[in-house]
Design a protein around this ligand. Structure first.
Ligand SMILES: [Zn+2]
Length: 216
């Protein structure tokens, strides 16, 4: 029982670690396609609030950014001009960017908003805005900036942790389990593979014969 709990804990940790690495990999290498909208787009499935404007903003432009394992949105008071957002004299020029990344679920997030006239980011914490990528040169997403997320989205993060934990389990322990299963099926010793021919104990290594359920 204790061993089972330990195995579970190890694979949960491995799954969580892989979940973070995959999310950062998506943030780093994903290319992106843009969709510009002048009305609030509907939120994608499982992504509530992605396009919700902050309280009191006079939003002119929504920019939807999508790449492999990444979904991001800009919400801005600035109009889209050419291939970027442009400031207008006398307006507030605020912008918010939310990024969700990870695979199979987008499970880590970062969000920042700033007034382009001061260029200071809010909220000013790693938890919200993420941190400067240590591999700036590799960051492929031109519109998402060069931060990596630090904040997990609980349910989606748990899903990915289970997903990658199970994969890690299959990769690391699967072959051994399969080998023992095959040996048991053909009536051989599960430890050393010796042909048991119905004996109760393996004469080679002393392992008791497993119950033979698949063969008669
Ligand atoms: Zn044996």
């Amino acid at each position: 029982m204790k061993r089972l709990a330990l195995t579970f804990a190890i694979f949960a940790l491995t799954g969580a670690g892989l979940t973070v690495i995959v999310a950062w990999t998506c943030e780093t290498f994903a290319g992106e396609s843009l969709e510009i909208s002048y009305e609030q787009p509907s939120d994608p499935l499982l992504m509530p609030g992605l396009h919700e404007p902050p309280e009191g903003w006079d939003v002119r432009t929504w920019v939807e950014i999508e790449g492999f394992g990444v979904r991001a949105a800009w919400i801005s008071e600035m109009p889209w001009m050419g291939s970027r957002l442009g400031m207008i004299e006398g307006s507030k020029n605020r912008m918010e960017m939310t990024t969700h990344s990870g695979w199979p679920m987008r499970c880590m997030t970062r969000r920042a908003y700033w007034n382009t006239t001061t260029s200071k980011q809010y909220p000013d914490s790693v938890w919200h805005t993420g941190f400067e990528s240590p591999w700036q040169g590799l960051m492929a997403g031109g519109y998402r900036g060069t931060h990596l997320p630090a904040r997990p989205m609980p349910l989606r993060f748990a899903f990915n942790t289970a997903f990658w934990g199970v994969i890690a389990w299959f990769v690391l322990l699967g072959p051994g389990v399969l080998k023992r299963y095959r040996r048991q099926r053909r009536g051989a010793c599960i430890t050393c593979g010796y042909e048991l021919a119905g004996m109760a104990t393996c004469p080679e290594c002393g392992t008791p014969a497993a119950a033979r359920t698949m063969t008669g």
